[in-house]
Write a protein that binds this ligand. Structure first.
Ligand SMILES: Nc1ncnc2c1ncn2[C@@H]1O[C@H](COP(=O)(O)OP(=O)(O)OP(=O)(O)O)[C@@H](O)[C@H]1O
Ligand SMILES: [Mg+2]
Length: 400
C-alpha cells in the first residue's frame, strides 16, 4: 500500500479529486518532519481532519494531540490556558496549573482559528515556536517544551497582517508549509463518495432504512455551490435521509430540502432538474462562455479607461458569484451570433472553449480543468477527442 493510500485509510479523508489528492500528498510529505504547518481553507472544508491526519502520521502519534480553539477562549484567559499559570497569578488562580503546551509536551498542539489569537499572545507563541520556551502566567521561571504546532484558519492571514491584526513575523514563520484545503465547489466530483459514506454512517448508526441516491439527485447536488462545504453536505445528506425515510432519494427531494437550507431565495442554487448529462454539460459550457464574455468586457473597460459596466450584459446576472441557470435558459440565443445557428454544435462550442481556456492558462491542464469545472481526467479525454493536442503544440511553437 502506498503512503498516500495509508493516509487515506487512516485519516478517513474521502475524495479522489485532484484537490484532495494534493492535500493527501502534502500530508504524506510533511507529517514525518517536525515542522509547523498552517492549514487554510473555508469553513467546513476539513481543516481539522487534515490536522489530525498529520499528527497521526507523525512520529508523535502516540503522544497527545491537544486541540485549542483560539476563537472560543476569552482574550483575558487565553495566555493562562496556553501557557499555564502560577498560583495567585490572578484572582481565581488557586493553584499552579499547566497550560496546553505543557500538556502537549512531546506531542502536537493544534491551534484552530489562529487568526483569532490576540496580537500580544502571538508574540509568546512565536517564542515557543522558535525556542520551545515560555513562562506560565505570573511565573518568572522559563520552561521548555518539545511541541509540534499545527495551526488552522479560514481567514486570509496576509490580509490580517496588512491590517495589523496578525503579526508579520509569526505569519512568515507559519506560512512556510501551508496546506490549502480546497472548497467543495472545486471538487464536486467527490460528492458521490462523500454522500455515500455520510449516508451509510448515518443510516447505520440510527437504524434508518436507506435506499441510496438516484444519479439525478447526485447531479443536482453537484450543481449547488456548497458554501458550508463538507460540513454542509454532511448535514444535508443526514437530514434528507431522515426526512425521506425509506425512499430512494430523488432529484426532487434534493431540491425540496436544499432550497430551504439556502433560505429559499437562493441564487446559488441552479435548478436544471432531470437534465441529461449532455444538457448539464451544455449549460456548463454556456456558463463558461458567459464568463469569457464578462472577462472581455472587463478588459475592454480597462483599456478604454472607463468604468466596468455589467448592467447591459445579456444573460448575465450578478448573483454574488454564482450564475442563475433559470435566468440563463431564456437568453441563451443571444450568446451566439444568429448566423452561426445551424452550423454550430455543442461539440464545436466545447472544443473552442477548452482550447481558449488552455491558452489562457498557458496550457496548464490543472488550472484549465479547475476553471472549466471538470476533472483533469475528463479534460485529457476531451483534448484527445477533439484533437486539441496538436493545436496546442502549434500555439506553443509559434509563441517560442
Ligand atoms: N475529505 C473529507 N472526507 C470525509 N469527511 C470529511 C472530509 N472533509 C471534512 N470532513 C468532515 O466534515 C466535517 C467538517 O470538517 P472539519 O471540522 O475538519 O472542517 P473545518 O475546515 O475544520 O471547519 P471550520 O473552519 O468550520 O472549523 C467533519 O465532520 C469532518 O469529519
Ligand atoms: Mg475546524
Amino acid at each position: 500500500m502506498s503512503d498516500l493510500e495509508r493516509v487515506r485509510r487512516d485519516s478517513g479523508i474521502i475524495g479522489t479529486s485532484e484537490g484532495i489528492e494534493q492535500v493527501l500528498e502534502m500530508i504524506v510529505q510533511v507529517a514525518p518532519v517536525d515542522i509547523s504547518v498552517l492549514v487554510t481553507g473555508e469553513s467546513g472544508t476539513g481543516k481539522e481532519i487534515v490536522a489530525k491526519a498529520i499528527h497521526k502520521q507523525s512520529r508523535r502519534s502516540s503522544k497527545p494531540l491537544v486541540t485549542v480553539n483560539c476563537g472560543a477562549i476569552p482574550e483575558g484567559i487565553i495566555e493562562s490556558e496556553l501557557f499555564g499559570h502560577k498560583k495567585g497569578a490572578f484572582t481565581g488562580a488557586a493553584e499552579d496549573r499547566k497550560g496546553y503546551f505543557e500538556e502537549a509536551d512531546n506531542g502536537t498542539v493544534f491551534l484552530d482559528e489562529i487568526g483569532e489569537m490576540p496580537v500580544e499572545t502571538q508574540v509568546k507563541l512565536l517564542r515557543v515556536l522558535e525556542s520551545g520556551e515560555f513562562m506560565r502566567v505570573g511565573d518568572a521561571k522559563t520552561r521548555k517544551v518539545d511541541v509540534r504546532m499545527i495551526a488552522a484558519t479560514n481567514k486570509n492571514l496576509a490580509e490580517e497582517t496588512d491590517k495589523g491584526r496578525f503579526r508579520r513575523d509569526l505569519y512568515y514563520r507559519l506560512r512556510t508549509v501551508t496546506i490549502d484545503v480546497p472548497p467543495l465547489r472545486q471538487r464536486l466530483e467527490d460528492i458521490d463518495l462523500l454522500t455515500e459514506r455520510f449516508a451509510l454512517l448515518f443510516s447505520r448508526s440510527n437504524d434508518i432504512v436507506f435506499r441510496g441516491f438516484s444519479s439525478d439527485a447526485i447531479r443536482v447536488m453537484k450543481q449547488y455551490d456548497w458554501p458550508g462545504n463538507i460540513r454542509e453536505l454532511r448535514n444535508f445528506v443526514e437530514s434528507v435521509i431522515l426526512l425521506e425515510k425509506g425512499n430512494k432519494i430523488s432529484s426532487e427531494m434534493v431540491l425540496k430540502h436544499l432550497e430551504p437550507m439556502v433560505g429559499g431565495t437562493s441564487s446559488n442554487l441552479p435548478v436544471p432538474v432531470d437534465k441529461s448529462s449532455g444538457q448539464a454539460e451544455r449549460e456548463l459550457i454556456l456558463q463558461q462562455l458567459l464568463f469569457l464574455r464578462q472577462d472581455m468586457r472587463e478588459i475592454k473597460g480597462l483599456f478604454s479607461g472607463g468604468q466596468i459596466d455589467r448592467s447591459g450584459e445579456v444573460g448575465y446576472i450578478d448573483s454574488g458569484g454564482g450564475l442563475n441557470f433559470r435566468a440563463l435558459e431564456g437568453d441563451v440565443g443571444n450568446l451566439i451570433k444568429s448566423a452561426a445557428i445551424g452550423d454550430m454544435s455543442v461539440k464545436d462550442l466545447e472544443a473552442e472553449l477548452i482550447s481558449r481556456t488552455l491558452k489562457k492558462f498557458n496550457n496548464n491542464r490543472r488550472k484549465t480543468a479547475r476553471a472549466l469545472g471538470i476533472s483533469e481526467r475528463t479534460l485529457y479525454r476531451k483534448i484527445n477527442d477533439y484533437g486539441l493536442e496538436k493545436k496546442q503544440k502549434r500555439f506553443k511553437d509559434t509563441d517560442e
